[in-house]
Design a protein around this ligand. Structure first.
Ligand SMILES: [Zn+2]
Length: 334
């Protein structure tokens, strides 16, 4: 069944959703070694089904699998890439301990990591596209401890090569939206770092035929916008609500012209934004006259995993209602 994504102000999500009990249980059993990878993903399915049902009821146009399998966005992938070891607490310096995944050998792609959950979500989404979402190589490298490459740039680019294989698996199965999450970039908001991310994205996305998205959240990224505009992506997704839209004037200043994932839901607050409030927050962007409604995707600031399920769903419902109202106001039929 084909679903037509609205032309203006499509509603989407960044990725994670509150964990369902079946997912928590499956993660626990997987960690204990009681179940293998295949049974793990089988047991997560009811959790994904609940997430998809919530999205459909709320009215989200481009959904996700809710990242139900992922206890941690970096460890999840590290556990499935050859060359990584997930130690217990690793002593790095005298008094510094990391529970970071450790790179101990050359990194190699083994098998699909996140594709199975995506595929299941897609099979029950009633035609709505499901975003394929992976943690980006820059963030993977940043939150890992490297005992093998000894060079951060090399590690990032090697990770990009491995993760590209996963993107190819997604595209082969028909994914139309591919999102790479790079929340670590704002920790070092410098030109050289943005250029390293760009280099990695070129490896990830070269020749990939799907909508290419990068999600970056929090921190001081305003000065990075000119470099981000050079990234080989179609869409950039930013958090706005939590930082009171301080990024807006910079979009104008630097002539932002890519599609924008406009984060208008605060994922750190249990207060449910009203429809009026969301409409007004979108109007703040429209007033700047930077982008047409076709290039504005509405979503929460970041993943919803920290919120209670009912709150997350209520926020999405109001977001979808605000999008409907905005479409009408701007003369779009769908
Ligand atoms: Zn985020």
């Amino acid at each position: 069944m084909a679903y037509r994504v609205p032309r203006a102000f499509p509603v989407t999500v960044v990725g994670s959703y509150p964990k369902m009990p079946e997912a928590l249980e499956a993660i626990k059993l997987r960690k204990k070694g009681v179940i293998g990878e295949e049974e793990f993903h089988e047991r997560v399915k009811p959790a994904i089904r609940s997430v998809v049902e919530d999205y459909l009821e709320a009215g989200v146009d481009i959904i996700s699998d809710g990242e139900q399998s992922r206890e941690d966005m970096v460890v999840y992938f590290a556990e499935r890439i050859q060359g990584y070891e997930i130690g217990d607490w690793v002593r790095v310096f005298d008094n510094e301990y990391f529970r970071k995944p450790v790179v101990t050998a050359r990194l190699e792609y083994v098998a699909p990591m996140a594709v199975m959950d995506w595929e299941y979500a897609q099979s029950i989404s009633q035609g709505r596209p499901v975003k394929a979402i992976i943690t980006g190589p820059y963030t993977m490298a940043d939150w890992s401890f490297d005992l093998h490459y000894g060079d951060r740039r090399e590690l990032v680019l090697e990770l990009a090569k491995v993760l590209r294989r996963e993107i190819e698996e997604f595209v082969r199965r028909g994914a139309q939206y591919i999102q790479v999450d790079e929340p670590a970039l704002p920790a070092r908001p410098r030109k050289e770092e943005a250029e390293l991310v760009k280099e990695a994205l070129e490896i990830l996305f070269k020749g990939v035929e799907a909508k290419k998205i990068i999600h970056i959240c929090y921190g001081r990224i305003e000065k990075l916008i000119p470099y981000i505009l050079e990234f080989p992506v179609d869409q950039v997704d930013f958090e706005f609500k939590n930082s009171d839209f301080k990024l807006l004037p910079y979009l104008k200043e630097y002539g932002f012209d890519k599609e924008l994932g406009y984060g208008v839901i605060d994922v750190h607050s249990t207060r449910v934004e009203t429809v009026d409030e969301i409409v007004a927050d979108v109007e703040r962007l429209m007033k700047l006259d930077i982008l047409p409604p076709e290039k504005i995707y509405l979503d929460p600031d970041c993943g919803l995993k920290r919120l209670p399920r009912e709150i997350a769903k209520a926020k999405l419902k109001n977001l979808a209602e605000a999008a409907r109202r905005l479409r009408k106001a701007y003369g779009y039929e769908d």
